[in-house]
Design a protein. Structure first.
Length: 419
């Protein structure tokens, strides 16, 4: 059944960073099917940004060429078929007669539901790339008759292995099965989340952000705010051995995006604590983070130069200043290795377990703060399981390890054995 449905597919918001990656994944699978089964396969790439659509076609051609030359003996034939399948469109009219519709537009309830409703295709299955909006809300507002499922690809979709699948409670079971099958064909690691605002990924990430900003506020009573931000970022990157500190990760996601996610979770969850003054002030001063069109990092909490942190934003002076030198954290625990060193180390688990044993023996300020962060992460994971958002802590581990590139999750043996 999936093979037939993949003959006519549309991506709404195709020229954006998420949409372009989803388009590439679909194009690979549709081209494979078109060569095996023949037939008139069409992938409608829809976006209102005309110049971005031109760039999208160039991007897809380049990526498909690299893929075909690496994976297919008849590379030229594969590339030609792929480019034949692509149909560039600037209006949603072409989505009215397709079988599958993927939505990857702005994380806004009203905009998403309005666009989905305007399509007017009652027979298609719909897939939303939302990272936080409940699927039942979009289904109701767009009047999709339970033909919608959450299919949250992680950024960038063509590289990230993880996909969160969020079936609506009253959704079509056949749609859920199709989504799992398609994700597996795309070579993705799949985690299913209950249809609750934030799902598993943002369910953990947002709560950890709020914990980090709470600790930052506490520290700022004793030291300048920029020192507090730098200290918490250093703890979460260096002491916890992560690819980015929490505030650098906020810059990557987008401080404005984080504010929208907080609002969504505050709206649709019984917990009303999803609000933060620090994120609010950064947005008020027009400091948003995110990425440029070429994928490079925009300035946010930190100032970046060639991908490296150069300075830090001062809310008081409204400009970037040199990074402060923090002496309050103390030395790193014995056995410490950077994330980059351990990421490809075949002996990383043994080294991590040894490291955490030393970390939890530390009595320094930095050691205590790192211990508290790890225990908070475990509490958040347990709460997600208790609330039946995640099936078990192992699913939370998968999301953090494959979606956020952590080397371990809150339920990992290397962490638990080190406690």
């Amino acid at each position: 059944m999936l093979d037939d449905l993949l003959m006519k597919v549309a991506v709404i918001g195709a020229a954006g960073k998420m949409g372009s990656g989803i388009s590439l994944l679909l194009l690979k699978e549709m081209t494979r099917l078109a060569q095996e089964r023949s037939g008139d396969y069409r992938l409608y790439l829809i976006d209102t940004n005309q110049s971005a659509l031109i760039g999208l076609k160039d991007y897809l051609h380049g990526q498909i060429t690299k893929y075909a030359e690496r994976m297919h003996a008849a590379a030229k034939s594969f590339i030609a078929k792929a480019m034949e399948i692509i149909k560039i469109e600037s209006t949603i009219e072409s989505a009215k007669n397709v079988h599958l519709i993927f939505e990857a537009i702005i994380e806004d309830v009203e905009i998403k539901s309005k666009v989905l409703k305007q399509i007017g295709n009652k027979e298609a299955y719909y897939f939303s790339n939302t990272s936080s909006i409940p699927i039942y809300v979009l289904n109701e507002k767009a009047q999709l008759n339970h033909r919608l499922i959450g299919c949250h690809f992680y950024n960038p979709p063509a590289i990230q292995r993880l996909v969160e699948i969020i079936p609506e409670a009253e959704g079509d079971f056949q749609l859920t099965d199709l989504t799992f099958e398609l994700a597996h064909r795309m070579n993705k690691i799949v985690v299913e989340s209950r249809d609750v605002a934030g799902f598993i990924g943002n369910g953990h990430f947002v709560r950890e952000i709020l914990y980090a900003t709470e600790k930052t506020h506490e520290l700022s009573q004793e030291i300048p705010l920029i020192n507090a931000i730098q200290a918490v970022n250093q703890i979460t990157q260096e002491f916890l051995i992560r690819p980015m500190g929490i505030f650098q990760l906020l810059d990557y996601v987008g401080i404005d995006v984080a504010k929208k996610i907080l609002l969504i979770m505050r709206t649709y969850l019984e917990e009303k604590s999803f609000e933060d003054d620090l994120i609010g002030k950064m947005n008020q001063q027009g400091v948003f983070g995110g990425q440029h069109s070429d994928g490079s990092q925009k300035n946010g909490f930190f100032e970046y130069e060639k991908g490296r942190i150069k300075g830090i934003y001062s809310l008081e002076t409204k400009q970037y200043v040199d990074l402060p030198k923090n002496g309050i954290l103390g030395k790193l625990p014995e056995g410490h290795h950077s994330w980059k060193e351990l990421a490809k180390d075949p002996d990383k688990n043994a080294k991590l377990e040894n490291y955490f044993k030393h970390l939890f023996e530390m009595k320094t300020f930095g050691g205590g703060l790192a211990q508290a962060f790890l225990m908070e992460s475990q509490d958040i994971a347990r709460k997600l399981v208790e609330d039946e958002v995640a099936h078990d802590v192992g699913d939370v581990d998968k999301v953090l390890e494959y979606g956020f590139f952590h080397l371990y999750g809150p339920g990992s043996k290397v962490l638990i054995n080190g406690l």
